[in-house]
Design a protein around this ligand. Structure first.
Ligand SMILES: [Zn+2]
Ligand SMILES: [Zn+2]
Ligand SMILES: [Zn+2]
Length: 167
């Protein structure tokens, strides 16, 4: 009987294991707590929690993109398997440099380099999305530096300080 009280939750939306004290799923932004209000609209019930900035938002202020809840500001990022694109370049040296800078700050960047397949959407391994549902608005040969959702804001700050980020 006591075992029922010891919460070992699984997110009903994405299936991730949740720590008992989490109010939302860090992988998809599904909100578990009740009566949470949108950070922008105090009278409106939150629909989910943005996995990037971790704030609750209502259905006007946030959107599910490929089953992951993001606020309007963060919904334009390309996302892929729990990570968001923080930087991209066709120059491998630049990417390696940016990656090492983030690693020095104890972040966990990941290089996503799509094998050169076809220009069209026929490539079967391609699964990045943004809110508009476009497949890859960026250069075809771009190497992408991905970062776990909750590290994105910090990663941008670091790259910005180093003048690595494109404007
Ligand atoms: Zn989830
Ligand atoms: Zn956000
Ligand atoms: Zn709102």
């Amino acid at each position: 009987m006591e075992n029922n009280e010891e919460k070992k939750l699984v997110c009903s939306h994405c299936g991730s294991t949740i720590k008992g004290d989490d109010d939302f799923c860090p992988d998809c932004g599904t909100l578990f707590a009740e009566f949470v209000k949108c950070i922008e609209h105090k009278d409106k019930e939150a629909e989910g929690v943005c996995v990037i900035c971790c704030n609750p938002f209502c259905s006007w202020c946030g959107i599910y993109v490929n089953e992951i809840f993001l606020c309007n500001e963060h919904s334009e990022y390309e996302i892929y398997e729990g990570m968001a694109r923080v930087y991209g370049s066709s120059d491998p040296t630049q990417i390696e440099y940016a990656k090492s800078c983030l690693e020095q700050n104890e972040l966990h960047p990941f290089i996503y380099s799509r094998k050169r397949t076809t220009l069209h959407m026929g490539g079967t391994d391609y699964s990045m999305f943004n809110a508009s549902g476009e497949f890859d608005g960026h250069l075809v040969n771009e190497i992408k530096l991905m970062i776990p959702f909750q590290e994105l804001i910090r990663a941008e700050e670091i790259l910005d300080e180093l003048n690595i980020l494109e404007e």
